[in-house]
Structure formats: C-alpha cells, structure tokens
Design a protein around this ligand. Structure first.
Ligand SMILES: C[S@@+](CC[C@H](N)C(=O)[O-])C[C@H]1O[C@@H](n2cnc3c(N)ncnc32)[C@H](O)[C@@H]1O
Ligand code: SF4
Ligand code: SF4
Length: 419
C-alpha cells in the first residue's frame, strides 16, 4: 500500500486540536467543580470527567507484565470472575452520559473481545463521544466499518517492540494483525472523508521490553502513528501490598481482594534498569520536537536519571503528591461496579446498573474516599497510574488546592510509622 496515502494531513491535525481543546475545557470545568465540592463540603460532583468502561475483563492474549493476565495476573488467582457487560444495561448507562461532560476511555481485558462490541461502537458513534480505546489491535478487523464512523477517535495501541520483540511478548502474528488493521482503518476513513484516528503507540517500559525500546521509534513510523507513549510499568512489592491491606482495613474497614498481587514482579529486583535509562535517553535525543512521532512518557515528568530512579526508588514520586482520581474519573466494570483505583477493585463506590451512575459516583463510599484522599495516599499509590495519568488536569487541581489552603504534601503511610 502507498504509505503517504495514510499520512496525517492538516485537516486531521485541526481535528485533533479541537479534540484537545474539548479535553482542556473539560479539565478546566472540572477544576472549578472540584474546588466547589470541597469548599461546600458536599464532596459531590455533577459529572465524571473521564468514564472508563471495562466492557469485559476477558482477553485473547497473555502479556507477562499484565496485572490482569500476566505472570501474577489477578484473574489467575480467581480474585474476580471474568464477565461481559450486559447489553441492555450498557445502552441505558451510555445514553445517560454526555459527550460534553465526559471523555470515554474503553479498556479491558481486551475491549474487542466483548461480545456486544457492535452495540458499544454504535453507542459511541450515536452521540459522537470523544473516545480513546486501549487495545492490543489484534481483533479490530471485523469492526473496521463501525470504527470508521466514530469521528472523534483515539487509540492507545499497545505495541511492545519491533515485530519479533512484540510477538515474543504478545504472541506470534499479533504485530502484523495490529499493523494491517490500522492501515485498513486509515484507508477506509480517508475514503469516506472522516478524519484519521489519533494513534498513540503505547509501549510498556519494563523487564521484558528493555532491549527494544529504541526500536519503537521506527515502529511508530511504520504505523504512521501520531505519538509514542513510553508507559512505565506500574508495580509494587509484597511489603507495599501488605501495608496497603492494613491501611485499607484501618481507614475503610475493608478487606482487600488481593488484586494488588497482579502488580508484583519476580524479575523486578534483579533487572538492570540503567539500560532502560540509556535507551530512552537515546530516543529523546533522536526525537524531533515538531515532527511525528511525538514522544512522551507516562509519568510525563520523567527526565534523564528518573528513567532509572522510577524503578529503583519507590519513594520518589517526581513531584506528584496527591491523587484526585476519585473526584475526576469513574471506572465501570463489566458487572456495573464503579471503582476509582485502576487495578485495585477494593473500594467499590456502588453499582451503576443497580444504583444508577450519579448515585454511585457520589455515594457515601465515594465521599468517604474523597475526604480521605485529599490528605492521604495509600502505600500502593507511588507506582499507580492514577497518580500520574491525570497530569494534564494536575495544574487545575494544584490551583484549587492552593485556593483552598491545602498543602501540596499528603500523608503517605509508606514507609509505615513504627510504634
Ligand atoms: C491492561 S491493557 C488493556 C487493554 C488491551 N488489552 C491492551 O493490551 O492494550 C492496558 C494497557 O496497560 C498496559 N499494561 C499492562 N500491564 C501493565 C503494567 N504492569 N504496567 C503498566 N502498563 C501495563 C498494556 O500494555 C496496555 O497498553
Ligand atoms: S492484551 Fe492487554 S489485557 Fe490482555 S494480557 Fe496483554 S496487556 Fe493484559
Ligand atoms: S494513586 Fe492511589 S488513590 Fe489514586 S487511583 Fe491509584 S491507588 Fe487509588
């Protein structure tokens, strides 16, 4: 196929700029709602700025670092049953959301394993949501026609190296399936006059990908991707997990599901992370500021030696002190449960199918959580995506905290205070 046919054009960039402006507006509105909810002591917000759907926890792959289906994945421990979201409940739920208020993130498991994915794609098209799919890209092919009709579309496409390296991590043939489907989708959207999707190649920086980090830059070009996200592995240790269990019991009277074990890694202590730092520093030297693929890391504030420190010093949170996820977003699992902490399904705010979305988002549990998290962190928070992926909204949170006279620092509960 002719590669240039798929390149982004000015109209695509303008389309992305409008999506980014809408995101920015939602974050700005959120900052005021956040501040008001604390000032008036209701701790309630009228909208969730990001709604993350887990239409199914099932997945067709078994990536070793994955907290769900990896070597210590919590689905193997039977912490949760694998489910598919009920179709009627999904329809009712989605029609109650507004694209003006909420960005929709579709996650999993693998979202395209969901047995009612056609219904979900139609609902996303119907209201023209701003949508971001996190996907391994292997099951897109039968859904390309529907994906072509979702106008405001972004992909966090999980690619963990060049073809041999990616296939070693994710399985034989997985790279090619993702590449072919994306090329076809670009072609289809061009033909029907819909802007191209914003494709961000997301690579998990970890023990399994250290040797291939530099190659991602060329891979992103093959995919015609807009950007690369070097997504640092979220992790914790046994000590941290146990301290979290004690904290959860003490502060909330809850017993942990044990899902935190999905974030532990046997190889972690032994791995040489200086190579991660070297490789990423090379990429950063090579990348161009104003030319695709744009390169960023999550956490976005990491620079130079931080690429290593991230893995070797659990206490360093690179200036991110407070978590505001319970005020900002809502993750809805296949069974309707609403949680705030990704990968830690322990504090259940409610069930949106049984209790309603706003009732769950502003339940007594949610309010208790929000009050707590305003001045505390859990031991597990230091390497949880929740502390960092909200960075674009961070300036609004910091401004509100300042206006409210709240300190930047919170009580971390790790290391635990010894009597
Ligand atoms: C859990 S997957 C769900 C969506 C889909 N199955 C996929 O792989 O894109 C979401 C993203 O998290 C990444 N991921 C998995 N385990 C991780 C970990 N321990 N730390 C950081 N990212 C991780 C995956 O590579 C993927 O990009
Ligand atoms: S494809 Fe996604 S959900 Fe499935 S095992 Fe890999 S990272 Fe986990
Ligand atoms: S950083 Fe802590 S409070 Fe925030 S989402 Fe993660 S585990 Fe939950």
């Amino acid at each position: 196929m002719d590669k240039m046919r798929f390149s982004y054009k000015l109209t695509d960039y303008l389309h992305f700029a409008r999506m980014a402006a809408r995101s920015r507006r939602r974050q700005c509105v959120w900052g005021k709602l956040y501040e008001d909810s604390i000032r008036n002591q209701s701790f309630k917000l009228p909208v969730a700025t990001v709604v993350q759907l887990i239409p199914t926890e099932a997945c067709n792959l078994r990536c070793p670092f994955c907290n769900q289906w990896g070597e210590n994945g919590y689905f193997f421990d039977g912490v949760r049953p694998v489910q598919h979201m009920d179709q009627e409940s999904l329809i009712k739920f989605m029609r109650g959301l507004s694209p003006r208020d909420s960005l929709i993130s579709v996650h999993g498991g693998e979202p395209f394993v969901y047995k009612h994915i056609d219904t979900l794609l139609e609902l996303l098209r119907e209201q023209q949501f701003d949508v971001i799919f996190t996907t391994n890209g292997t099951l897109l092919k039968p859904r390309l026609e529907q994906l072509a009709k979702i106008r405001n579309l972004m992909f966090l496409l999980s690619i963990d190296g060049d073809e041999p390296a990616h296939d070693r991590v994710r399985g034989k043939g997985t790279f090619k399936k993702a590449l072919d489907s994306m090329a076809e989708l670009f072609d289809l959207r061009r033909r029907i006059g819909v802007p191209l999707p914003a494709v961000i190649i997301s690579s998990t920086v970890c023990e399994w990908t250290t040797d291939t980090l530099e190659k991602i830059y060329d891979v992103a070009r093959d995919f015609n991707a807009l950007a690369i996200n070097y997504n640092f592995r979220w992790f914790l240790t046994e000590d941290v997990g146990k301290a979290y269990e004690r904290h959860l019991e003490h502060a909330f009277g809850l017993k942990s599901s044990g899902a935190w074990r999905g974030w532990t890694s046997a190889n972690h202590e032994k791995h040489d992370y200086s190579r991660v730092a070297e490789s990423l520093s090379q990429v950063m030297t090579r990348k161009r500021r104003f030319t695709r693929p744009f390169v960023f890391t999550t956490p976005s504030q990491l620079r130079g030696s931080d690429y290593k420190t991230y893995f070797t010093d659990y206490l360093d949170t690179f200036g991110a002190e407070s978590c505001f996820m319970p005020f900002y977003w809502a993750r809805v699992h296949a069974n309707g449960e609403l949680i705030f902490c990704p990968g830690h399904p322990d504090i259940i705010a409610g069930n949106v199918f049984r209790d309603g979305f706003m009732e769950s988002f502003n339940s007594d549990v949610s309010i208790k959580f929000r009050k707590h998290i305003l001045t505390n962190r859990f031991p597990i928070c230091n390497r949880c995506c929740g502390l960092y992926m909200t960075n674009p909204a961070r300036p609004f949170e910091q401004k509100a905290r300042k206006n409210l006279g709240l300190p930047k620092q919170v009580t971390t509960h790790w290391p635990e205070a010894r009597p």
